[in-house]
Design a protein around this ligand. Structure first.
Ligand SMILES: [Zn+2]
Length: 421
């Protein structure tokens, strides 16, 4: 492609302003120069015209584990504890590096095919980060910290500290770096303190799986249940029937306005008040949560508390797919099934959960998430199949309800085509 070119569509949905009928995006040196009505395009500029399509910012998937892409289908009908302890961890710890690098590369390719050009990758190896770098994908690499006290599954606290220092020094503008204490039930106080200390030292974002299951709630409140057996010997606070996993991480300093909370299916009202006071961004994984049978997060309450809400896929090992169009629809349907409320989220609200909101949660709003001047030219072109259908819906409604992943026509990252149908 030339250094400067334009793409026009029936409708451009910039997400930082109203949709533009017969609009165009001008790209200059891999960045967005401007978004204009097509008739205002400069004369002589090379323009690809897609008169029956919608052009919007490429999607941002703020929670996944690219390395686990190849583990899809390893356990379809088990609960989270069994899934993690008996399937994911044994496989993940006994894997061959070349297989896992191939798995991560496949994950990146599947993201591109599904219109995703930025992800928050979480793993305790750099294999996902390296695959992102090789393919020109941007985002955050969250280094995952596990520490079970008597059993350090990956490495010791000092080993984690050394790697965090190393990886923090390797961060770039395109692939930032952060720390991911895996979950309250897998990170003991010494490991959590180290993660927190390093996050403050290097001004790093954090993320964590929290309140995913009832078993986690039971373990922190009462010290009972399945997690108590596995965590025996790890020096957790003594349960008092009042303090939850959110209290545990908050007391250790792990919850900040730059801590992206993933899942949050079983947050109590007081948990939500704590999170609201801190203003942690939140992310829900509708398919993963339902497939593992952990429940449905009360996302309406997150929105009512003014929190920044995102939708992500989690890994293919639990979420199955990188199809955020499908994930958006499932999200709305599940929330309607949960509450019976039809007007909790507008179609525009839901579109924001896979574009502007995750970009903000990842601290990358100036690069991705909307079509603002100077942003990266990360674009998604879709051609919905509306043959024989009267157009009742506005562009946001069309994107939420009509568009399937097979309707994705082209995807650009930094002005380069990374997928074309
Ligand atoms: Zn996850």
């Amino acid at each position: 492609m030339p250094d400067r070119f334009a793409i026009s569509a029936e409708t451009v949905v910039p997400m930082n302003g109203p949709p533009i009928d017969h609009g165009a995006v001008i790209v200059l040196n891999a960045k967005i120069e401007s978004v204009v009505p097509k008739h205002q395009l400069p004369s002589g500029i090379e323009c690809d015209d897609y008169p029956d399509s919608l052009l919007l910012p490429a999607f941002v998937n703020a929670h996944t584990h690219l390395v686990l892409t190849a583990f899809r289908g390893m356990a379809d009908d088990v609960d989270l504890f069994t899934w993690l302890a008996d399937h994911v961890l044994p496989l993940d710890l006994d894997r061959r590096e070349d297989e896992c690098r191939a798995s991560a590369a496949a994950g990146v390719e599947k993201c591109f095919r599904n219109g995703i050009t930025a992800v928050a990758e979480q793993h305790y190896t750099t294999w996902g980060r390296d695959a992102m770098h090789d393919a020109g994908m941007k985002g955050i690499f969250f280094y995952e910290v596990f520490g079970l006290g008597t059993l350090d599954l990956t490495r010791s606290t000092e080993g984690h500290r050394e790697l965090i220092e190393k990886f923090a020094g390797e961060a770039t503008n395109e692939i930032c770096f952060g720390v991911a204490p895996h979950a309250p039930y897998t990170v003991t106080p010494p490991m959590a303190r180290m993660a927190c200390e390093m996050a403050w030292k290097y001004d790093l974002p954090m993320t964590t799986h929290i309140a995913e299951t009832r078993e986690e709630v039971e373990f922190f409140l009462h010290g009972t249940g399945r997690f108590s057996t596995a965590r025996r010997g790890a020096r957790y606070p003594t349960p008092d029937g009042k303090h939850t996993s959110v209290d545990y991480f908050n007391d250790l300093g792990l919850l900040t306005e730059n801590t992206l909370i993933v899942h949050g299916v079983h947050l109590s009202d007081s948990d939500l008040n704590i999170i609201s006071d801190i203003k942690c961004p939140m992310l829900t994984c509708p398919t993963s949560n339902s497939k593992l049978g952990v429940g449905i997060a009360r996302v309406g309450a997150w929105v009512n508390h003014g929190l920044n809400v995102c939708i992500g896929t989690d890994s293919a090992a639990s979420g199955e797919t990188f199809d955020l169009f499908e994930e958006m629809r499932r999200f709305v349907l599940m929330q309607r099934g949960l509450t019976g409320e039809l007007d909790q989220f507008s179609a525009e609200d839901v579109l924001r959960m896979v574009t502007t909101n995750p970009a903000k949660a990842m601290g990358m709003s100036d690069m991705i998430g909307d079509l603002r001047e100077g942003s990266c030219a990360d674009l998604l072109l879709v051609q919905p199949d509306l043959e024989g259908v009267i157009k009742y819906r506005d562009p946001y409604g069309t994107l939420l309800w009509d568009v399937k992943s097979e309707n994705i026509r082209k995807v650009w990252s930094d002005g380069q085509e990374v997928y074309s149908k």
